[in-house]
Design a protein around this ligand. Structure first.
Ligand code: KG4
Ligand code: ZN
Length: 329
């Protein structure tokens, strides 16, 4: 049995978790900084870094206590080393290295995007490969074919905003607060998704675009201020979800993948989950929808990925830093 502590500080969640053999979660603690950033309408990198510094020690301590273990019971310490905010990443990486040194354990640096892919394995270790995965978060929107652990092919990416970023920006425009995704998701339930026909960008292309959609929403609310907010929210969400689902299915078609999977914060969106499930059954596929707690940033996905990485590549050297622009492949 291998027990790994995983630390995640790439954006505005300070998180730590203990996971056994890449699949069994012993503890998972997530301290969200949402309240700190809400009054700015988005994540402020310097505020995030400072909050991570304050939170990292208690969050790690709580993860160990919840797991009922001590530092010396661990087999490795892992941290997300990119992509993400430079200052924020450094806090988690430095903490993990310090703990690894103190307890004479291997350190493993983990790619945040690879971790979102691996969240699926925490729930279902028997997923058939290749897997067609849509990673949708505040910073990323991409379709990936996962051929095997460590073997990924990025098929399409956003050419401008990430899907989560579009949710956050449109929510701010509509006065719904931050983070925008959950607010739009909630309001859209009371709205009509066919009320306004917003554009679906880049049809027939593997890549994504959301900047034009955001502008279309802004223009619509200026031109027709009487449209019910819930209808605008539902119609905007429908346009995002349509674009995401079409491209995920195309990726699965091209790769011959029998399962559609989701990862990243936007994967918590209820309409996206329903439409991906519909598309899977319409195309004779099964679907993997991680629980929302594994979609948004967490330490368990870092610890799970570290287990695969440690077996494949061994420990990461302690002089390796953090890379804000780390790529998946
Ligand atoms: O993966 P994540 O926690 O952090 C990043 O790596 O970015 O994703 C955060 C993003 C935010 O943009 C947030 O608005 C979005 O995920 N999000 C949602 C929902 N829950 C979170 N977007 C749409 N619907 C939701 N229910
Ligand atoms: Zn993320």
């Amino acid at each position: 049995m291998t027990l790994i502590l995983g630390i995640e500080t790439s954006c505005d969640e300070t998180a730590a978790a203990v996971v056994e053999d890449g699949r069994t979660v012993w503890s998972s603690v997530v301290s969200s900084q949402v309240d700190l950033h809400a009054r700015f309408g988005g994540v402020v990198p310097e505020v995030a870094s400072r909050a991570h510094v304050e939170l990292i020690t208690p969050v790690v301590a709580e993860a160990l206590v919840e797991a009922g273990i001590e530092l010396r019971d661990l087999d490795a310490v892992a941290a997300c080393h990119g992509p993400g905010l430079a200052g924020a990443l450094l806090v988690g990486v430095a903490a993990a290295k310090g703990l690894a040194l103190a307890a004479d354990l291997p350190y493993v640096g983990v790619n945040h995007l690879e971790a979102h892919l691996h969240a699926a394995w925490l729930e279902d270790p028997d997923l058939p490969l290749p897997l067609a995965v849509l990673i949708v978060s505040g910073g990323h929107t991409m379709t990936v074919v996962m051929e095997d652990h460590g073997r990924y092919r990025v098929v399409g990416q956003t050419v401008d905003d990430a899907a989560g970023e579009a949710f956050d920006k449109v929510a701010r425009h509509l006065g719904l607060g931050y983070p925008g995704g959950p607010a739009i998701d909630r309001l859209a339930r009371e709205g009509d998704p066919t009320a306004v026909r917003f554009p679906r960008a880049m049809p027939g292309d593997a890549d994504f675009s959301f900047a034009g959609l955001k502008t279309a929403v802004v223009n619509h609310t200026r031109r027709e201020p009487d449209t019910a907010l819930a209808d605008v929210a539902a119609s905007f969400q429908e346009a995002v979800v349509d674009q995401l689902v079409v491209k995920l299915v195309a990726t699965a078609d091209e790769a011959g993948a029998p399962v559609l999977a989701l990862g990243g914060g936007v994967a918590a969106n209820s309409r996206l989950r329903a439409k991906v499930a519909e598309a899977a059954s319409a195309t004779g596929r099964s679907v993997f929808l991680p629980p929302p707690s594994l979609c948004t940033d967490n330490g368990a996905m870092i610890a799970a990925t570290a287990w695969w990485r440690l077996r494949a590549d061994g420990p990461t050297p302690l002089d390796a830093g953090a890379d804000p622009n780390l790529k998946l492949t």
